[in-house]
Ligand binder design. Structure first.
Ligand code: ADP
Ligand code: ZN
Ligand code: ZN
Length: 677
């Protein structure tokens, strides 16, 4: 027998395993970490399988077993294979996702004494064996509503029949989806199995985390990148040893080696944090579906605003679907008033607050109720413009305007982090006649405090929550009633469940509608629906006000009516006409270089080669990417449309091999892209 070994650091461009002879006294298994020599160097390798006949005649031996622990199992190898193939990435990169967090990528030849050999991740606890005879503490449940019961029955039946089924749980905000997850997981635990619960972002879902912790206490761990490496390693070990049976985390938690995995839940499956933004650029939903098939277990996708793709699959019958149409206790969804901001301008009201929103804020404040003001920052400009030459100050490295932060008198690039002092004169013509269009959340904050000087205001945006824990602190203060108004970006749309919030104001609803992205309407609809769901969740009735310049847009009309289905129908029609997902699958290829001509030419030649291996009408572009320059690199992109992603990937690989590219050109393959910018 020979071992099939994948190198931890692939020699440039070579993405395949090599065969090594196994010395007699060496006990190897899939997942063993070994030392091998390759060419003239020595490197870490991982055993991914065994073969009887090696590829080549002269086979080198494995030099050493570096660690008695297994870093992954056979299922992980198959999973990594799938991820690498599907997302056009290196196999080792995909395999790394299945290894303990912080696994070293290079052998620094700081070898420990044999006696003291421990897994790199720290203590390896003794096998605890099957913990099924042992009692697991589970907190008290609510008695399910009839709708929740229907959802649970569907999930239980898939669990019982070991069915690889995707179940779409479509329930309005506050309809009791989280309670369904909790009870489904409890059932899985009773069967002696484990579960993975994915959330878009841990810090944004404090209440869900709290409820899971309450219910499952010691049998649960959190796994996400906000934790220290040490804590992640401890959590991972608890999963390996079987001490933890429930993993709650962000997309990477999907790869945790949960023993007897019985169920995967994805909350708010449409969120784009579920798509990795580095290679392998995997989509957690697609990977979860693979695991569901691999292990014959159900996958539950829950949302008030499912992605168009998922809802389409449910309509088609590919997914089982179940609906929670009402909020718990029949609490009504809040009425939504749409305010046409063009009318405000006509009455010479140039404030960011319409008269209507202003008086609603006044009312809520006088009743000592709380208010959330939401500002959609995607595509929203906060910029510096010269009134003489018209120049907008841009980032020197990216083709986006710099945002102006008034408090700190500085300009910041939201793409690359570039910072500069706010200029006193125009950098282009030296005129002093420059205007700062400071807007966004800080402008709203200023206007609200000018009009309502007594109101206590909290602001959350990516700036204020940079420090870890800051979001929780702000959120906690708001929940305890230490502020009257919470002003925020995307960050306030999720998770917040504050009883005293009766008014939600959307200050600018349509800033994201005009982005050059086929999902612009969908994103806007989802955001509006989610933020509207923050109002009136408990006894006090709520109200939502949406300010917009496009009151006739179907995404806004549907969100105002809490009408997912009519939005879906309209959007489905548009996608079909334009031939976009779910009616095809996409691969976006971005080519970049510090020299514009190079990027353009590389894109042209790759696109020509693509046209030779697939139909011309499948290849869109090349074109300048909407963000034409990023971190000093010029960017071009190509979009490939296909009915069969595996075939498309094969063709792309072939075309790529046929294209000779300069070393200075960087290529990104993004299969099922979420970001079109
Ligand atoms: P969602 O996840 O759909 O937003 P939640 O599961 O958070 O909804 O439920 C909304 C609220 O109703 C929560 O405060 C939750 O504790 C409560 N709740 C959920 N299910 C029930 C039930 N069956 N009976 C009583 N209260 C419930
Ligand atoms: Zn920049
Ligand atoms: Zn100027």
């Amino acid at each position: 027998m020979y071992a099939e070994v994948i190198l931890a650091n692939p020699v440039k461009g070579i993405d395949k395993p090599f065969h090594y002879a196994i010395p007699k006294d060496l006990q190897l298994e899939v997942g063993s970490q070994v030392l091998v020599s390759f060419g003239r160097r020595k490197d870490i390798g991982y055993v991914i399988g065994f073969v009887e006949k090696p590829e080549v005649k002269k086979v080198k031996p494995i030099l050493e077993l570096l660690n008695p622990a297994r870093f992954f199992d056979e299922d992980s190898v198959a999973l990594a294979r799938f991820v690498a193939d599907r997302y056009l990435s290196f196999f080792i990169r995909a395999l790394r996702l299945t290894m303990p967090p912080g696994t070293k990528s290079r052998e620094k030849v700081k070898r420990r004494k044999k006696k003291d050999q421990r897994p790199e991740t720290g203590d390896q606890r003794p096998e605890t064996g099957d913990q099924r005879p042992e009692e697991i503490k589970i907190g008290k449940h609510f008695k399910p509503t009839i709708y929740q019961q229907e959802a649970l029955d569907l999930i239980f039946s898939a669990l019982k029949n070991k069915k690889a089924q995707t179940i779409l749980l479509h329930g309005v905000t506050g309809s009791g989806k989280t309670e369904v997850y909790l009870q489904a997981v409890a059932e899985v635990l009773k069967q002696g199995e484990g579960a993975i619960i994915l959330v878009p972002e841990i810090i944004l879902t404090p209440q869900l985390v709290e409820r899971f912790t309450e219910r499952f206490s010691d049998s649960m761990v959190l796994l996400h990148s906000g934790e220290t490496m040490k804590n992640r390693q401890i959590a991972w070990e608890k999963v390996v040893s079987g001490e933890a049976r429930v993993v709650l985390g962000t997309r990477t938690a999907l790869f945790a080696p949960v023993k007897n995995l019985g169920l995967i839940v994805m909350d708010e499956e449409y969120e784009n944090t579920y798509k990795a933004d580095q290679s392998p650029r995997y989509s957690a939903k697609t990977v979860a579906e693979f695991i569901s098939r691999q292990k014959n277990i159900p996958l539950v996708l829950g949302s008030a605003t499912p992605s168009l793709e998922s809802f389409y699959q449910a309509q088609n019958g590919d997914y089982a679907a179940v609906e929670l149409p009402k909020r718990i206790d029949d609490r009504p969804l809040p009425p939504v008033k749409v305010v046409d901001m063009r009318e405000e301008i006509k009455t010479r009201n140039f404030s960011v607050l319409s008269r209507f929103l202003r008086s609603a804020i006044q009312g809520a404040l006088s009743r000592k109720e709380q208010i959330i003001l939401f500002m959609n920052r995607l595509g929203y400009f906060t910029f510096v413009m010269c009134r003489d030459c018209g120049k907008i100050v841009e980032c020197p490295r990216c083709s986006v305007s710099l945002s102006y932060y008034k408090n700190q008198e500085k300009l910041v690039c939201n793409r690359c982090g570039f910072q500069a002092k706010a200029p006193l004169v125009c950098p282009n013509c030296q005129s002093a006649n420059i205007k700062f269009f400071g807007s966004g959340t800080s402008r709203i904050e200023k206007e609200v405090s000018d009009i309502f000087p007594k109101a206590r205001i909290l602001r959350v945006d990516s700036q204020t929550v940079k420090r870890s824990g800051a979001h929780n602190a702000i959120y906690g203060a708001f929940k305890e009633g230490k502020a009257d108004v919470l002003i925020g970006t995307q960050l306030v749309t999720k998770g917040l469940d504050v009883a005293n919030v009766t008014l939600v104001g959307v200050v600018a609803a349509d800033t994201s509608l005009n982005l050059p992205d086929f999902r612009a309407a969908e994103r806007t609809f989802q955001q509006l629906t989610q933020v509207a769901g923050r109002a009136g969740r408990h006894r006090l009735p709520g109200k939502v006000i949406i300010q917009t310049y496009m009151p006739e847009h179907y995404a806004i009309i549907a969100a105002a009516k809490h009408d997912y289905f009519s939005f879906y129908q309209e959007e489905e029609k548009n996608r079909k006409e334009a031939d976009f997902p779910p009616f095809c699958q996409l691969v976006r290829i971005v080519l970049s270089s510090e020299i514009e001509k190079e990027a353009e030419e590389a894109a042209k030649s790759l696109s020509q080669n693509l046209c030779e291996v697939m139909k011309k009408e499948q290849v869109l572009g090349p074109a300048k990417a909407p963000i034409a320059r990023l971190r000093g690199r010029f960017r071009y992109h190509i979009l490939v449309k296909s009915q069969n992603i595996d075939e498309a990937n094969q063709s792309i690989k072939k075309a790529f091999q046929n294209t000779s590219l300069k070393d200075t050109v960087n290529v990104i393959f993004d299969v099922d892209p979420q970001n079109m910018m």
